[in-house]
Ligand binder design. Structure first.
Ligand SMILES: C[S@@+](CC[C@H](N)C(=O)[O-])C[C@H]1O[C@@H](n2cnc3c(N)ncnc32)[C@H](O)[C@@H]1O
Length: 188
């Protein structure tokens, strides 16, 4: 049997998918190579749509190519920071917002998500998800910026009003090589 807890990004997505149905609007906050975008686009189907953000042209080109090769047409690609998601999607309307933090795999490691913008993006995500929706965050603390970012996110998440949100955090406690960690936030 496959061991899902060792494949953190897949685990993060498999839980996220249980909050999404065909016809929904969802957000891929950091589309990168477009892997998550494809999974989300399939989950919402042709009646739904995905808004996919990334600040790098190279990420857009990779995502565009991947979408094309899968024949996917229900994705709005935005070459903008995820902090601008509220300019494109009405409040309380998205089923899910997915953040896969850090830098583009195979890209420039100096272009990475940062604590300040990520916290701003997370606030925007909480406004954008509908009641019953989910914000999923995959965090990497194996690089300096990522470690600071994770600390800031966990401090912020711990203080979220428990009457409005449920927060869950997954860490592979005995693993020394800094595997990704997951934060899920659901809105009542
Ligand atoms: C780990 S990668 C995402 C991987 C992606 N989910 C995939 O399936 O390939 C992180 C991405 O976040 C992007 N990024 C960094 N800061 C951003 C911001 N403020 N808004 C949107 N994307 C950002 C980077 O350019 C990078 O492509």
């Amino acid at each position: 049997m496959s061991n899902l807890i060792t494949r953190t990004t897949e685990l993060a997505m498999s839980v996220t998918l249980t909050y999404i149905k065909p016809g929904d609007t969802v957000i891929d906050a950091t589309c990168g190579t477009g892997q998550d975008t494809v999974v989300l686009a399939r989950a919402v189907g042709n009646e739904g749509s995905v808004y996919a953000f990334d600040i790098q042209k190279s990420a857009h080109l990779l995502t565009e190519a991947r979408l094309k090769s899968h024949g996917i047409t229900n994705v709005h690609l935005k070459m903008q920071s995820f902090v601008s998601m509220s300019d494109h999607i009405p409040e309380r309307s998205a089923a899910a917002v997915v953040f896969n933090l850090g830098y583009l795999p195979g890209g420039d490691h100096s272009i990475t998500t940062t604590a300040d913008t990520t916290l701003e993006g997370l606030e925007a995500a909480l406004r954008t998800i509908r009641p019953g929706g989910i914000v999923t965050v995959v965090m990497y603390d194996g690089h300096e910026e990522g470690a600071e970012e994770k600390k800031a996110i966990l401090e912020w998440a711990e203080d979220l009003d428990q009457s409005r949100y449920h927060v869950a955090y997954v860490s592979l406690l005995n693993q020394k090589k800094h595997p990704p960690e997951i934060l899920w936030i659901t809105k009542k």
